[in-house]
Design a protein around this ligand. Structure first.
Ligand SMILES: [Zn+2]
Ligand SMILES: [Zn+2]
Length: 182
């Protein structure tokens, strides 16, 4: 049966969360998953009740916006706030974690990090993940979870073409159009 993969499903959730970001510099979303269940989510934004970058502009020090808490941190802190264990859990992040988040993820026992886009990937972060035995994997970015429905429709149409050669040619085109992520 043709259906959306777990990776695509959880990453789509992170992309959805990124849409809630209040920082104008970068919109990031993170979803923490344990046993194929979402246990927490976060996006980069100010502390609860604080002023937002989108309203007052970013507070930039050394080329970093210091107003916001990163998406990964917010997701971890949600677990801390409500007493949800993160040991052995996995995280889906729209962007490669920064050095600070990398350390926090390792220390909180996260065992797998899936990211959609590379973002200033720090070699020390990659080194720390490796040392800690954290599995890091890039998952094809697919910001449009509905692309799956479109793919299904194309496949249905292709099924109706009797000429094998013609169908294979069009199938190849469809695969290229949708890359291999749907
Ligand atoms: Zn900002
Ligand atoms: Zn970070």
């Amino acid at each position: 049966m043709n259906r959306i993969s777990w990776n695509q499903y959880f990453m789509a959730q992170s992309h959805l969360l990124a849409l809630r970001s209040t920082c104008t510099r970068l919109a990031v979303g993170a979803t923490i998953v344990r046993d194929k269940r979402i246990i927490a989510g976060g996006y980069n934004g100010s502390i609860a009740g604080g002023v937002h970058c989108i309203d007052e502009g970013c507070y930039v020090i050394d080329n970093h916006c210091v107003r916001t808490i990163h998406a990964e941190m917010n997701a971890l802190l949600q677990c801390a706030k409500f007493g949800v264990p993160t040991a052995g859990a996995e995280i889906y992040v729209t962007h490669f974690p920064c050095l600070q988040c990398c350390k926090a993820l390792i220390q909180s026992g996260i065992k797998k990090v899936y990211f959609a886009e590379s973002y200033k990937n720090h070699p020390y972060a990659a080194e720390l993940f490796e040392q800690a035995g954290v599995h890091v994997e890039q998952v094809e970015a697919n910001a449009d979870p509905f692309a799956f429905e479109q793919r299904k429709f194309i496949d249905e149409l292709l099924e109706k073409i009797n000429d094998d050669e013609e169908r294979n040619l069009l199938l190849e085109k469809a695969n290229k159009l949708f890359k291999s992520n749907v």
